[in-house]
Design a protein around this ligand. Structure first.
Ligand SMILES: Nc1ncnc2c1ncn2[C@@H]1O[C@H](COP(=O)(O)OP(=O)(O)O)[C@@H](O)[C@H]1O
Ligand SMILES: [Mg+2]
Length: 257
């Protein structure tokens, strides 16, 4: 992508130098990768419309994007997920989208594919919220940027399930299985990347995140994705002394058992 360097720097000094807090060289690197001109403008638009006041620090850097903690004018924290445009790792997703009926108007534009992907994640979050399944509440989606509820304690992002001590594995299993089941039966979604990496924990309460790749239950791959999600659940809880059979769980989820 071509970046008008002068315009970008001007924009940067005008607005974002004050509003995006950069602590060190590592953060500067992340900043340069994720904030192309279009993304800066989107963030600026969200600042102007009062969705956030400052971007505080990156919580995570992934293959496709970054998640930041941000603060609103009221001093509340929110999470901002930014899908990277300027870097080509999104080729994966373009491949994924090509040949899919729903995305037939996307054409070859990677940008548009990314915007659509963000929109999909946002809509999936809406489905989670309207069916009362624990996930970040969606706030706003604009282009490649999603603002959502911040899952954390005292400003610190919540730890992943893989990193916490589990005191009541039986209870937690039930809760998580209940979420998968409710996602399927009520929200009509299959997560498709369900694992201990995409579950955040506050005390013993799980929140499901990262629903960008979640598909509708009528999607041709839904059954396969559900198998995989349930296998991940079973594998994880086996290590915690809970023995379950993925096939039996599946019957329960899809309601033919
Ligand atoms: N709403 C949120 N609140 C707090 N932390 C979040 C939130 N969403 C994501 N994160 C953090 O950012 C990481 C990456 O986000 P995720 O949605 O899983 O994207 P990906 O894994 O595709 O990069 C998560 O593992 C989590 O640590
Ligand atoms: Mg993730």
């Amino acid at each position: 992508m071509e970046i008008d360097e002068k315009r970008l720097r001007k924009l940067e000094s005008k607005v974002l130098a004050y509003r995006i807090r950069i602590k060190d060289a590592d953060q500067r690197k992340i900043y340069d990768e994720v904030f192309d001109e279009s993304t800066l403008l989107t963030i600026y638009g969200m600042m102007s419309s009062g969705i956030l006041n400052t971007l505080d620090f990156p919580i995570a850097t992934g293959k496709e994007g970054n998640v930041f903690r941000a603060t609103t004018a009221d001093g509340d924290f929110i999470a901002v997920k930014i899908y990277r445009i300027s870097n080509s790792t999104f080729n994966n997703i373009q491949k994924y989208i090509a040949g899919d009926e729903r995305f037939k108007n996307v054409g070859k534009s990677r940008r548009r594919a990314i915007f659509l992907w963000a929109q999909k994640e946002y809509r999936n979050l809406e489905r989670m919220a309207s069916n009362k399944i624990k996930a970040p509440k969606p706030i706003k989606c604009q282009k490649n940027v999603i603002a959502m509820e911040y899952i954390g304690v005292d400003g610190n992002p919540a730890p992943h399930l893989k990193d916490v001590e589990i005191r009541k594995p039986g209870k937690l299993f039930k809760t998580l299985f209940g979420h998968i089941k409710s996602m399927y039966q009520d929200a009509k979604l299959v997560h498709a990347d369900f694992s201990e990496y995409n579950i955040l924990m506050i005390d013993e309460e799980p929140t499901i995140i990262d629903v960008g790749q979640a598909v509708l239950t009528k999607h041709p791959m839904a059954s396969e994705f559900l198998d995989r999600d349930l296998k991940n659940l079973v594998r994880f809880f086996k290590k915690h002394g809970i023995s379950k059979d993925a096939e039996t769980l599946k019957s329960d989820v899809v309601g033919d058992g």
